[in-house]
Design a protein around this ligand. Structure first.
Ligand code: C2E
Ligand code: MG
Ligand code: MG
Ligand code: MG
Length: 286
């Protein structure tokens, strides 16, 4: 296309925009159908104690397996769902399904991710309250995961929102901590219960002799503020040992178990119970 002066100059970017909107158009067309066709489901990833490897919770992670395209990652379709105004429907689906499925694991908590749009909308309070009532799951067993970014834009309103959510009796985790803005003042300002330390810090463990220093500092900071810590993305035995030394409370990662359907979690828990002890990491990753 011929370049023009003025608004027409944007013509040069058309190919890229077309590429993005093709994907978006696909998701836009397919996502509503996928919701009603049951193509969306939740997988659950165990969260274990750092001390003994006991499963204490699960994180619900959205999965979309398209009939012809196969698996589409949540990081790809969730932003599109947000743009097209489908996040309400999707968010409600996730919360309800997670609470329904989690009833069978009365000893575990379930962590549910909230997208920034969900947190910004006051309607989240009613959704969480009614979903809890419907399911009968005690609020303490629900952990809502929010990301730092959402707290930045409108801190005053967000303080209120997080306080209201907390007031329902649910717990709040700050997800991917350390990956973004990490305004430390926020740790005091918002009623948080847990820091989920970003996987990037785990990767740093292997790359330098003092790679564990940052994790130790975050764990200490969390402890000083009364927050528990979960480290995400633990993949190796060596990482597990170092993280345990660093003093984190809980761990999550492929070393222990990959996200899996509820039925697979049933099996894991049954195995663990039969063994009378936390199952070895190897049997969990099979
Ligand atoms: P997240 O909440 O930080 O979830 C952890 C991600 O790390 C998951 O990716 C999980 O599969 C992956 N993971 C877990 N252990 C390991 C490991 O040992 N190594 C590696 N490399 N990765 C590991 P997933 O399922 O693709 O989800 C990506 C992101 O999509 C999530 O990050 C979350 O931000 C978002 N997401 C997923 N499900 C939902 C949902 O139901 N609602 C919302 N709003 N966001 C969701
Ligand atoms: Mg999360
Ligand atoms: Mg995370
Ligand atoms: Mg993450």
């Amino acid at each position: 296309a011929a370049a023009k002066k003025g608004p027409g100059a944007l013509v040069a970017f058309e190919p890229a925009i077309d590429t993005i909107s093709n994907d978006q158009r696909f998701i836009h067309r397919e996502l509503p159908r996928a919701l009603s066709a049951n193509e969306l489901e939740l997988h659950y990833q165990p969260i274990v104690t750092a001390s003994g490897g006991k499963i204490v919770g699960v994180e619900a992670l959205l999965r979309w397996t398209h009939a012809t395209r196969g698996p589409i990652p949540p990081a790809t379709f969730i932003p599109v769902a947000e743009q097209m105004g489908l996040m309400d429907t999707l968010g409600a689906f996730v919360l309800r399904r997670a609470l329904q499925e989690t009833k069978r694991w009365p000893d575990l908590y379930v962590a549910v991710n909230l997208s920034p749009l969900q947190v910004r909308d006051r309607a989240i309070i009613d959704l969480v309250r009614t979903s809890l009532e419907e399911s009968g799951v005690p609020p303490q067993r629900l952990m809502l995961e929010i990301t730092e970014g959402v707290l930045i834009d409108n801190p005053d309103e967000m303080v209120k929102r997080i306080e209201d959510l907390h007031g329902l009796g649910v717990r709040i985790a700050l997800d991917d901590f350390g990956s973004g803005y990490s305004n430390l003042g926020y740790l005091q300002r918002f009623p948080l219960d847990k820091l989920k330390i970003d996987r990037s810090f785990v990767l740093a463990l292997g790359t330098s002799a003092n790679g564990g220093v940052l994790i130790q500092a975050i764990v200490a900071l969390g402890r000083a503020l009364g927050l528990s810590t979960t480290v995400e993305g633990v993949e190796t035995e060596q990482q597990r040992v170092l993280l345990r030394l660093a003093g984190c409370d809980e761990m999550q990662g492929y070393l222990f178990a990959k996200p899996a359907p509820a039925k697979a979690i049933d099996k894991l828990l049954a195995q663990a119970k039969q063994a009378g002890e936390p199952p070895a990491a190897k049997s969990l990753t099979a």
